[in-house]
Design a protein around this ligand. Sequence first.
Ligand SMILES: [Zn+2]
Length: 298
Amino acid sequence: MNIQKIKGNTFCIDTQMADIPFYKIENKRIILLDTGVRNQREELENLFKKNHFKVAGILCSHPHVDHIGNVAYFKEKYHCQVAMPAGEAWACRSFSNFKIYNNIHAPLSIVKKHYGHLIFDIDKLILEQQNIINICGIPFSIIHTPGHSPDHISMITPDNVLYIGDALISSEVMKGAKMPYAFNLKEDLESKRKLYNLSCSNYIIAHKGIYEDISKLIDKNIEFYQYRAKRIEDFIGEKVDWEKIFERVVERFHIHITSIFKHDVIERMLKSYLDYLVEMEKIEIILEDGKIKYKKRI
Ligand SMILES: [Zn+2]
């Protein structure tokens, strides 16, 4: 893990899975923008220790497991403030909420065992109409980029550096992505387009990269998500059962389902693409013989 200076007091930690930006306040206190996954915890802690950093605040873009994996732990350890979009903060408030948010096919006892580290109290809620959040006395501008998740936000540090979170993915990530996730793909594409209008000094993408200009990357992202939707559309002909589409996608995209949790993630991803195709009037959703089916629109 390395620290890269981006501009002024804005820095970025380069981890294998993600870029985690932070803003340095006086006396080595830092505000983290997201926290990575649980298995990066030890490395992050060592990095903070080596640099005499104390986490004073955490600003979360959205409550996906690879972004909030260490919030509860750092909050307990450093007594830091946590801010998150109000529209999704509820997901981290209890195990029941987390189960509902992620539509998990397992009882609460298993959810608790597997995701026990992801439940925490939130100090500041970021409202839908709010454009600035003050955390530890530092103002961050909020760009609302819903779609990847229901209330996803991107944020601009006082150095005019935009942390995009998961509203865009890099070209490298696109190469390996079979079905990149968007809770609401139509809205996600609109949020991606919204990013064309910004003029920040630098742009940090969670997965993963630091850019000075993102206009070509936005084009590529939009094309890529639409192309994946088209591939899924091509698996649907005359009335196909939901289960059959799931099977086809898993087989043809060479997806390895290794656990119930992975199954649930793939199911959520696929349903988002199907919703998008229904929204775009490419396919229809119907109920026949008590079963959910999709069919191509003529
Ligand atoms: Zn995400």
